[in-house]
Design a protein around this ligand. Structure first.
Ligand SMILES: Nc1ncnc2c1ncn2[C@@H]1O[C@H](COP(=O)(O)OP(=O)(O)OP(=O)(O)O)[C@@H](O)[C@H]1O
Length: 254
């Protein structure tokens, strides 16, 4: 669980996060949604320890970051997996080598053990046969699965995903969403996903933080986000033509 309390962050005179309170729950896919520039990435970077908040507290499983020693901060970093936008695989490395990379950085285990762990996660994301291939030799959806394998290879307690579906067709995007959700439940991870994709909200929106201008404007889950009367939320949700048409059709009883 990650809890943020009264989180504030400014850059120069620009007040970006204006006092966010939210609990990102363990074993759930926690989504951060909101318009471009609303502060989603800044919030995630604060939780990743990449930005220092000006005010407020971030607690990791009940322990405030400010109370962590340097060694504990290093330990916390090892407990974090990150799935970057676009996958960010190393083109010159094979699939196996890409997944091995964070293991090499953080563990001193024997090569045989590292290889076993890599095989295990590649098997889990259904890529057991692709270990020797290079990223350019596999599809975009497979590349995303490699990136997921790399993000979970160190058995993270916290998984951060920045727009995991960008650039994927809707069907593949759903496969990726479901894989992230399955792993979250299976390994009891606190997963935080930034998304613009309303299909993802429908699929895996178990706990949603909706940001507007650096404020938590709404929170809830997928069963509520399409039913709320809150105009700030409906303006955002139905800004997609498709969802607007579906709502209009429902209202007309079609
Ligand atoms: N390092 C930085 N220095 C100065 N300003 C920044 C920095 N990082 C973000 N900002 C500003 O903070 C605001 C919120 O940015 P953020 O990237 O969190 O938005 P976002 O909601 O993630 O948007 P998007 O959906 O487009 O990725 C923007 O105005 C941005 O310019």
């Amino acid at each position: 669980m990650i809890e943020v309390k009264g989180l504030q962050k400014s850059f120069d005179d620009e007040h970006i996060l204006r006092g966010i309170d939210f609990v990102f729950e363990t074993g759930k896919t926690n989504l951060i949604i909101g318009q471009s520039g609303s502060g989603k990435s800044v919030l995630m970077k604060c939780m990743l320890g990449l930005f220092t908040p000006d005010e407020g507290i971030i607690e990791y499983d009940g322990k405030p970051y400010s109370s962590f020693s340097d060694e504990q901060k290093r330990g916390l970093r090892q407990e974090m997996g990150m799935l970057f936008q676009g996958g960010a695989l190393f083109d010159s490395m094979t699939v196996q080598e890409n997944v091995m990379f964070p293991l090499r950085m953080f563990t001193k285990k024997k090569k045989r053990d590292l290889k076993d762990r890599v095989d295990e996660v590649l098997e889990r994301v259904n890529l057991a046969d692709s270990g020797k291939k290079y990223p350019s030799e596999i599809s975009g959806g497979m590349q995303k699965r490699v990136a997921i394998a790399r993000a979970i290879v160190n058995r993270p307690k916290y998984l951060f995903c920045d727009e995991p579906n960008s650039g994927l067709d809707p069907r593949t995007a759903t496969v990726i969403d479901n894989l992230i959700h399955e792993l979250t439940v299976e390994y009891d991870i606190t997963t935080v996903v930034i998304t613009h994709d309303m299909n993802s909200v429908l699929e895996i929106g178990e706990n949603i933080a909706f940001l507007k201008d650096g404020v938590l404007a709404w929170k809830g889950d997928k069963s509520k986000v399409f039913k709320t009367d809150d105009k700030t939320v409906t303006d955002f949700v139905y800004s997609s033509d498709l969802f607007k048409k579906v709502r209009d059709a429902q209202q007309q009883g079609l």
